[in-house]
Design a protein around this ligand. Structure first.
Ligand code: ADP
Ligand code: MG
Ligand code: ZN
Length: 188
């Protein structure tokens, strides 16, 4: 049987360095001569800045934006470009079942997949997709941020402004990282 791809899942709250880690991996893979494609859900950003996404400390990564509801579009790019590795930023913006199918298809084609995203929403409820992928991963990286209220290790994302929708791009809502003691659930 052909070799299966390797699944790496990078999880953690906002500001934990998930996008930064993806950028680092992207640069190393490129340097080593691999063909790498990066994707992100368009709902994760308010404006598409020429296919670029930024980390919170303004390092940028070239990504292809994909309609939130259509993660299967990724497969079209794969067919055309035949990458060795696929990286997906802010994966929690994509729907559960179709996204899992896309990831499995890539792995079955021998493509290594690295996804990052939030395990919990701002109400501390699981994002099912990220949880399932985390459980299935060959390699798991759980990153943490620093609590903006007390300086402790933070594993939660706290919304402090914006709507009460479960998913809201950073430019429309405001977030901080907080520890479980300090975390408050935003009521709008
Ligand atoms: P993520 O993709 O996980 O949201 P990024 O990789 O975009 O995170 O950004 C990580 C950067 O965010 C850190 O290197 C740091 O400069 C910055 N940052 C801002 N607030 C915090 C915080 N509360 N805890 C940790 N890092 C923070
Ligand atoms: Mg990020
Ligand atoms: Zn705290």
């Amino acid at each position: 049987m052909a070799k299966k791809g390797h699944l790496t899942v990078i999880a953690g709250p906002m500001f934990a360095g998930k996008t930064t880690k993806l950028i680092t991996l992207y640069r190393v893979f490129k340097k080593l001569g691999y063909k790498v494609l990066c994707f992100k859900a368009e709902g994760a950003v308010v404006e598409n800045r020429n296919g670029k996404t930024d980390s919170h400390d303004l390092r940028s990564l070239q990504v292809t934006f994909i309609e939130n509801k259509k993660p299967q579009t990724i497969l079209k790019f794969i067919k055309k470009e035949k990458p060795d590795k696929v990286l997906i930023d802010s994966t929690q913006f994509f729907p559960d079942a179709p996204t899992k199918r896309v990831v499995f298809k890539l792995l079955n084609q021998g493509i290594d997949v690295v996804v990052n995203g939030l395990l919990y929403d701002y109400k501390r409820k699981y994002f099912r997709l990220m949880h399932e992928l985390f459980d299935l991963a060959d390699e798991r990286m759980e990153l943490f941020a620093i609590c903006e209220r007390c300086g402790a290790r933070a594993k939660n994302t706290e919304r402090i402004a914006g709507s009460t929708k479960r998913l809201e791009a950073t430019s429309k809502a405001k977030y901080i990282a907080s520890c479980s003691r300090c975390h408050r659930i935003y009521k709008g």
